[in-house]
Design a protein. Structure first.
Length: 185
C-alpha cells in the first residue's frame, strides 16, 4: 500500500514538473536553464613537482554542477574529479589515484560577454599511492585556472592547477594540472 502511494506521488510530481516546464514562456525557460547546469569532464592529468618524479601524465575525469556562469558576473561550480597516474618504469612507485571534490568561483576575464574565464577554489582530496603498505591520505587543497567557453557546443576547455597539501608520506603536496574538455547539460 505504501509503495503504491509513493509511486503515485512520484508520477504526480513528474507530471507537474513537465507541465510547468512546458507552460513557462521560452524566455523564462532560457533564464532558468542559464542558472543551473551539470556536466561531465575528461582529459589529461599532468603531474608536477613531487608527483612528476615517479609518475606519467594520466587521465582525469569528473562531474560538475554549475550555478550561474559565463554570461553572469560570477558563477559557482562544485566539481568532483578522479585522476590516475601510471608509475614511471624504474621507480618503486605504484599507480597513483587522486579523487576530490572542489567548490569554485567562475569569473569572466574580460566582462560577462566574453568566453574566457578564471576559476578557482578550495576542496578536499584523497590520494592513494598504489604502493603496498602505504596508507591513503586525505587532506584539503587549493586550485585555480583558466578556461574557454565554447557556446556552440555548450562545452568548455579548461586547465587548472591543483595543490593537494600533505599528500605524500613526507608531507609534500601532490600537484597536478588537469586539462579537460567539459560538456554541460
Amino acid at each position: 500500500m505504501a509503495v503504491s502511494l509513493l509511486v503515485n506521488r512520484m508520477k504526480f510530481s513528474a507530471a507537474f514538473l513537465l507541465a510547468v516546464s512546458v507552460a513557462l514562456p521560452t524566455r523564462v525557460r532560457a533564464q532558468v536553464e542559464d542558472q543551473f547546469s551539470w556536466g561531465l569532464m575528461a582529459g589529461a592529468a599532468i603531474p608536477a613537482r613531487e608527483l612528476a618524479k615517479d609518475h606519467n601524465t594520466g587521465f582525469n575525469g569528473g562531474i560538475t554542477f554549475a550555478l550561474g556562469g559565463i554570461g553572469q558576473l560570477v558563477g559557482f561550480r562544485i566539481d568532483g574529479l578522479y585522476s590516475t597516474f601510471s608509475a614511471k618504469s624504474g621507480t618503486t612507485a605504484g599507480n597513483a589515484n587522486i579523487a576530490g571534490g572542489t567548490a569554485n568561483l567562475v569569473i569572466p576575464l574580460l566582462g560577462n560577454g566574453h568566453h574566457l574565464y578564471l576559476t578557482g577554489g578550495v576542496g578536499g582530496y584523497g590520494f592513494h599511492s598504489g604502493v603496498k603498505g602505504v596508507k591513503s591520505v586525505s587532506d584539503w587543497g587549493l586550485n585555480g585556472g583558466a578556461g574557454w567557453w565554447l557556446p556552440v557546443a555548450n562545452a568548455f576547455i579548461e586547465a587548472r592547477y591543483h595543490h593537494f597539501y600533505r599528500a605524500f608520506p613526507d608531507k609534500h603536496p601532490a600537484v597536478f594540472v588537469p586539462i579537460t574538455l567539459g560538456v554541460l547539460f
